[in-house]
Design a protein around this ligand. Structure first.
Ligand code: NAD
Length: 431
C-alpha cells in the first residue's frame, strides 16, 4: 500500500507541476524527506516477556515551518508508508496555509492485541525513542489511525518528564484537561461541511439542501459527524455505512437517532429515537460497494483509502464527491470520474479542518490562552472558506480539477517559501 500511496501522491504532483509557478530548486527539495528516524521500542509485556516494536518518524519538508502530522499504530506501518503520509501532510498544511511542513510517525503493531498497560508502555517508549527528533518548534505529532486522545496524553506527559518542563505544544489532539482544544473532535467534519456549503451551490446542480441527497461511507469521527452536520443543515442523508455494511432510506435518515443507537449498541440501524426509546424504521441494508454506487447528489467517502478505484468508478452516480478520508480515490478512478463529469473535491482540502484545529491547539498552548468553541469554529470557517474559494478560482481559471488546483495552490506556497531563501536565479543572476 505504501508504495502506491507515494506514487499516487507523486502522480498528482506531476499533474500540478505543469500549472504551478515553482522553481526547479523547490521541485528538487521535494524529492526526498528532510530526515527520517527508525527506532526500536522495547516493551515489557504483562506476562513478563520483552517485545521490541519498530517505530518511525519522518519530517518530510519544513520549508514553511515545523513539521506536523499524526502517529499511526497499525501492523502494516512501514518507513515507506510513513514517508508517503509525511509527503501528503506537506501539501495539506500548505493548502490550509498553516505555518507547518509535513511529518508523520508510526509503530508497526496491532494495538488490539495489547492490554491498556502495554499500550501505555509502548506509547511512552515511543516518545523516549523520538524525544530528540520532535519538539514544539521542530516536529509536532498528533493522533492518526488507532491512536487517540488518551495516547496523546501519555505521550505529552512522557515528553514533559524527559524535558523536565510541561510542554503541551509538542503534541496536538490531547485531552482538553491537558491543553487540548475545544472543537478538535468535530474539526475534520466541520471543515468539510464549510467546503461543501461553499462549493455545492456553485455547481448549479440542485436547489435547496432539502433537495440534495447524500451518502456517507464510514460512520466514525469524520463520517458520523459530517452526516449529522449535513442533516442539521437540512440535507437529505439517505445512506451511511460502517465496516460491516450500510443502511439506505430513500426518505432520508434521522442521523442523530442513528448516531445515538450506534453509540449505545455499536450497530448501525435506521432508527427513530424519542429520548432513549429507538424504533427501527423501514430501510434497506446495503453493502459498502452499493453505497458508493447510489444515485445521490453528494458522495462523502469518510472511511479508508482506495475505495473508489478503476473497478467501480464507472458505477459512481453521485454528482460530486467530497473526500473526508485520506486517499479514497485512486488516480485511475479520478480520470474516469473526470471523463464522466463527476466533480471530486480532494482530501488535502476537504479534511484539512483536522490539522487546522490542531494548529489552533498549538497556538493556544503557546499563548496559554484558550479559545471558546465559537472562536475555534469561526476561525476554522474563515480558513476553510477562504482556501476553498482560492482553489475553486484556480480550477476555473486554469480549467483543471479541484484536486490539481489544490496541488497547484500548495506548490505555489511551498515554492514561495523556497524562493524566499534564494534559488538558482538569484545566485547566478539569471545566468
Ligand atoms: P474512525 O476510526 O473514527 O472511523 C472510521 C469508520 O470507517 C468507522 O465507522 C469504521 O467502521 C468505518 N470503516 C472501516 N472499514 C470500512 C470499510 N471497509 N467500509 C466502510 N466503512 C469502513 O476514523 P476517522 O477518524 O473517522 O477517519 C476516517 C478517515 O478520515 C480516514 O481516512 C482518516 O485518515 C481521515 N481523516 C480523519 C481525520 C480526523 O480528524 N479524524 C482527519 C483527517 C483525515
Amino acid at each position: 500500500m505504501s508504495q502506491s500511496l507515494f506514487s499516487d501522491a507523486s502522480q498528482r504532483l506531476e499533474e500540478a507541476l505543469a500549472y504551478a509557478s515553482i522553481s526547479d530548486d523547490a521541485i528538487e527539495r521535494l524529492k526526498l524527506p528532510k530526515s527520517s528516524l527508525k527506532v526500536s521500542i522495547p516493551v515489557r509485556m504483562d506476562d513478563g516477556t520483552l517485545r521490541i516494536f519498530p517505530g518511525y518518524r519522518v519530517r518530510y519538508d519544513d520549508t514553511r515551518g515545523p513539521t506536523k502530522g499524526g502517529i499511526r499504530y497499525h501492523q502494516d506501518v512501514s518507513i515507506d508508508e510513513v514517508q508517503s503520509l509525511a509527503f501528503w501532510m506537506t501539501f495539506k498544511c500548505a493548502v490550509a496555509n498553516l505555518p507547518f511542513g509535513g511529518g508523520k510517525g508510526g509503530i508497526t503493531v496491532n494495538p488490539k492485541e495489547l492490554s491498556h498497560f502495554e499500550l501505555e508502555r509502548l506509547s511512552r517508549g515511543y516518545i523516549d525513542a523520538v524525544a530528540d527528533f520532535i519538539g514544539p518548534d521542530v516536529d509536532i505529532p498528533a493522533p492518526d489511525v488507532y491512536t487517540n486522545q488518551m495516547i496523546m496524553g501519555w505521550m505529552v506527559d512522557q515528553y514533559s518528564i524527559i524535558k523536565r518542563q510541561i510542554t503541551p505544544a509538542v503534541i496536538t489532539g490531547k485531552p482538553l484537561t491537558m491543553g487540548g482544544s475545544l472543537g478538535r473532535d468535530t474539526a475534520t467534519a466541520m471543515g468539510a461541511f464549510f467546503t461543501i456549503e461553499a462549493t455545492w451551490p456553485k455547481l448549479g446542480l440542485s436547489g435547496s439542501p432539502a433537495d440534495t441527497t447524500v451518502a456517507v461511507q464510514g460512520f466514525g469521527n469524520a463520517g458520523a459527524i459530517i452526516a449529522e452536520l449535513l442533516f442539521d443543515a437540512g440535507y437529505k442523508v439517505v445512506a451511511v455505512s460502517d465496516s460491516k455494511g450500510g443502511i439506505y432510506r430513500r426518505e432520508g435518515l434521522d442521523v442523530p437517532s442513528v448516531r445515538q443507537f450506534k453509540d449505545s449498541t455499536r450497530t448501525l440501524k435506521a432508527v427513530y429515537c424519542e429520548d432513549t426509546v429507538c424504533n427501527i424504521v423501514e430501510h434497506e441494508t446495503i453493502t459498502n460497494e452499493e453505497l458508493l454506487a447510489l444515485d445521490v447528489d453528494i458522495l462523502a467517502p469518510a472511511a479508508l483509502e482506495n475505495q473508489i478505484t478503476e473497478a467501480n468508478a464507472r458505477d459512481i452516480k453521485a454528482k460530486a464527491v467530497y473526500e473526508l478520508a485520506n486517499g479514497p480515490t485512486t488516480p485511475g478512478a479520478d480520470e474516469i470520474l473526470r471523463q464522466r463529469d463527476v466533480i471530486v473535491f480532494p482530501d488535502i482540502l476537504v479534511n484539512a479542518g483536522g490539522v487546522t484545529v490542531s494548529y489552533f491547539e498549538w497556538v493556544q498552548n503557546r499563548q496559554g490562552l484558550y479559545w471558546t468553541l465559537e472562536q475555534v469554529n469561526q476561525r476554522l470557517k474563515q480558513m476553510m472558506v477562504e482556501e476553498t474559494e482560492r482553489i475553486w478560482a484556480i480550477a476555473q481559471e486554469k480549467g483543471i480539477s479541484p484536486r490539481t488546483a489544490a496541488y497547484v495552490h500548495a506548490l505555489d506556497r511551498i515554492g514561495d517559501a523556497v524562493q524566499a531563501k534564494g534559488t538558482k536565479d538569484y545566485f547566478t543572476d539569471g545566468r
